[in-house]
Design a protein around this ligand. Structure first.
Ligand code: ATP
Length: 225
């Protein structure tokens, strides 16, 4: 079976810091993987390499068998737009746009007509429990509501892979627990694979597998299911 995500011997350095020193990782379709480890061990860099935002200096990243480095910039952006959904710590919604437009954006960028995109956005807002907030802009809502919209926006294109960087990091523990339920429910429901970076042991325990990084290498892996 082709892995949804496959990293092979990935190395990445910033100007001064070596962030990843040869990380290999396969994520199966529908699998939920938690990436944990102390601050600065390379978790976000790993996620950014997986998303095609950073290009590894050595090693390869393949999405559904397709080596990202073998694509043109345009092909890579299209693949990222359609096959990968990203949820970051602070949602990263467009501040001036109502939630419904924020969530519809990936479909509109991919050429969907406005009516179809709006309908799908409203369905997704309903699914993540914030249908009543469709017309509000991000500043009018709580961190948890914004994160729900970010989850809806990440899932609306039916991606094969969802990448989440501290998705519950900006909200309190009860809201974080609810958000995790929404994120896991939505990804499992769609059969997408999920790779989430987290400091939170409760979050990590909900995954199928935990990958612990230390100083840019995988220190150990634990099968949880
Ligand atoms: N934009 C950057 N420029 C320079 N160095 C960076 C940059 N981003 C990360 N680093 C360095 O790379 C290493 C790995 O950082 P990374 O953010 O991937 O770790 P992390 O495990 O996600 O940390 P945290 O849990 O604190 O977010 C660290 O030494 C960090 O200082």
């Amino acid at each position: 079976m082709t892995s949804t995500l496959e990293l092979t011997a990935v190395e990445y350095s910033y100007r001064r810091d070596v962030a990843l020193r040869g990380v290999s990782l396969k994520v199966a379709p529908g699998e939920v993987v938690a990436v944990t480890g102390a601050s600065g061990c390379g978790k976000s860099t790993l996620l950014h390499c997986a998303a095609g935002i950073l290009t590894p200096h050595t090693g390869t990243v393949a999405l559904e068998g397709q080596d990202l480095a073998a694509l043109t910039d345009e092909q890579r952006s299209r693949l990222r737009r359609t096959r990968i959904g990203v949820v970051l710590q602070f949602g990263q919604l467009v501040p001036d746009l109502p939630l419904a437009d924020n969530v519809a954006l990936p479909l509109l960028l991919d050429g969907a007509d406005r009516l179809t995109a709006n309908k799908a956005a409203l369905d997704w807002l309903d699914r993540v429990g914030i249908a009543d907030e469709a017309d509000a802009v991000p500043a009018e809502l709580s961190g948890g509501q914004n994160q729900r919209a970010a989850i809806a926006r990440a899932l609306i294109t039916d991606p094969a892979l969802v990448l989440a960087d501290e998705p519950t990091g900006s909200v309190d523990s009860q809201a974080g627990h609810d958000l995790l339920r929404v994120l896991l429910g939505a990804t499992r429901d769609r059969g997408a694979a999920l790779v989430m970076v987290t400091h939170d042991n409760v979050l990590a325990a909900s995954a199928d597998r935990e990958i612990r990084l230390r100083d840019g290498v995988i220190q150990h892996e634990v099968e949880l299911r």
